[in-house]
Design a protein around this ligand. Structure first.
Ligand SMILES: Cc1cc2nc3c(=O)[nH]c(=O)nc-3n(C[C@H](O)[C@H](O)[C@H](O)COP(=O)(O)OP(=O)(O)OC[C@H]3O[C@@H](n4cnc5c(N)ncnc54)[C@H](O)[C@@H]3O)c2cc1C
Length: 385
């Protein structure tokens, strides 16, 4: 069992730490939250640094690196803000991995080089107004139309909606009920009949493009099918890696909050002493550090164990669930350490707490993750219907 980073990984983390200081990512994070505008200029910058598609297949120009390298990069950048880490998340851990793993050669050639250069991006489109946790109830439908398909339906809460160039849409092929009828197809922005709803207003993750997608008789060529019906397991397998990315966002967010709280506790005076001399404040900080470290071990275990492939379902579900709850607690404790300033926009911890609360829903709720883990622990399926 190896618990230390390689020289290459240490250099990656160090490079990103220096980049954040040089580019004043702390100020950028405040600006993105205030304006709600995504920092697009980072994409080109990250592409030049080789941070985009670092885990994708080398045959198509990807970096061929293990998952853990992307996880480390996401964690480091998310210490400033998840928005600053998003391009690295999307291009390494997001739905482009489905195409990298299960797509046709033509699909990979068409998308992966563009993702690596920061010119293209792929959003994952599963959730519908009446089907979130219960994904197998989705009704967005593909019906045969000559040699192609016609797509009809509506998706909600789609991250990257309106801005991504491509959309991996989970839909039902024909009338086959349940998971057996579900597959995934690529739809390009601009396809006739494909439109976007208004930008979602979330309490946190401000700046993240998110909206409804509407499909009205959208023609989808047969070549755009990535995963056909009957292969639902493949669609869900790729989700295990996305869970680790989501959890890495939590590690970063909690790490950022811990650092703010720790340095504040050394400077803030009360009763003539720095508040870090009070045992209750020490306990708050120590508990934050302990929970963060425990989550980090779970996330790294899942990512390292997977190498360049997909993590185990159990390890990734456990890592995401624990990290999702950890980041809510750690950012809340950071606010407490800062007293009134914790509740003020003058300091970043209130933003970090707002951002933190998204992860326990996005990418699957902590309740649903527990159901996944229960089915593994009891070695049986618990049908929720
Ligand atoms: C910031 C953000 C980003 C997102 N990005 C995307 C995206 O890019 N693409 C995408 O497709 N979706 C995205 N989503 C949607 C997200 O995946 C769903 O919100 C999530 O899966 C939950 O679905 P729901 O909102 O319909 O809640 P519901 O499924 O209606 O659940 C409501 C509550 O009931 C609980 N619940 C439901 N069923 C059970 C059960 N059987 N047992 C116990 N509890 C249960 C849930 O845990 C939850 O607490 C995003 C959401 C957020 C908040």
């Amino acid at each position: 069992m190896e618990f230390s980073l390689s020289d290459e990984q240490r250099m990656l983390v160090e490079m990103l730490r220096n980049l954040g200081k040089k580019e004043k990512f702390d100020q950028l994070a405040v600006e993105v939250d205030r304006t709600g505008k995504f920092p697009h200029h980072l994409i080109e910058h990250y592409a030049k640094l080789g941070l985009l598609g670092m885990t994708l297949s080398p045959a198509e120009g990807g970096g061929g690196q293990p998952n853990i390298n992307a996880i480390l990069a996401i964690e480091e950048l998310a210490k400033f803000s998840p928005m600053i880490a998003t391009p690295v998340f999307e291009s390494n851990i997001g739905s482009v991995r489905v195409i990298d793993s299960f797509g046709t050669e033509a699909q990979k050639r068409a998308l992966i080089p563009g993702v690596v250069k920061g010119e293209l991006s792929v959003s994952v489109c599963m959730t519908e107004p009446e089907a979130g946790s219960d994904l197998t109830a989705l009704t967005t439908r593909l019906t045969p139309d000559g040699a192609d398909y016609k797509l009809n339906g509506r998706k909600v809460f789609i991250s990257g909606g309106g801005e991504a160039s491509h959309y991996l849409v989970y839909a039902r092929f024909g009338d086959t009920p349940g998971y057996k009828g579900i597959g995934g197809v690529i739809v390009e922005r601009g396809a006739p009949g494909f439109s976007f709803g208004k930008q979602e207003e979330f309490m946190g993750l401000r700046g993240m493009p998110s909206c409804d997608l509407v499909f009205e008789d959208v023609k989808v060529p047969k070549e755009n099918m990535v995963i056909g019906p009957g292969n639902f397991k493949n669609l869900m397998t790729t989700f295990d890696v996305e869970r680790c990315g989501n959890a890495a966002m939590c590690l970063g967010c909690a790490g950022g909050a811990l650092e703010v709280a720790r340095s504040y506790a050394m400077q803030r005076q009360a009763f003539g002493r720095p508040i870090c001399e009070f045992e209750s404040v020490q306990n708050l900080i120590v508990d934050m550090a302990m929970k963060l470290d425990a989550a980090r071990l779970l996330v790294y275990r899942a990512a390292v164990g997977a190498g360049r492939g997909f993590p185990s379902m159990h390890e990734s579900a456990m890592a995401k669930c624990f990290a999702n709850e950890m980041v809510s607690e750690v950012t809340s404790a950071a606010m407490q350490v800062l007293g009134g300033y914790g509740y003020s926009k003058e300091f970043p911890v209130e933003r970090m707490h707002r951002d933190a609360l998204a992860w326990r829903v996005a990418g699957g709720t902590v309740q649903m993750l527990r159901i996944t883990m229960a089915s593994i622990l009891f070695a049986r399926r618990f049908d929720q219907r």
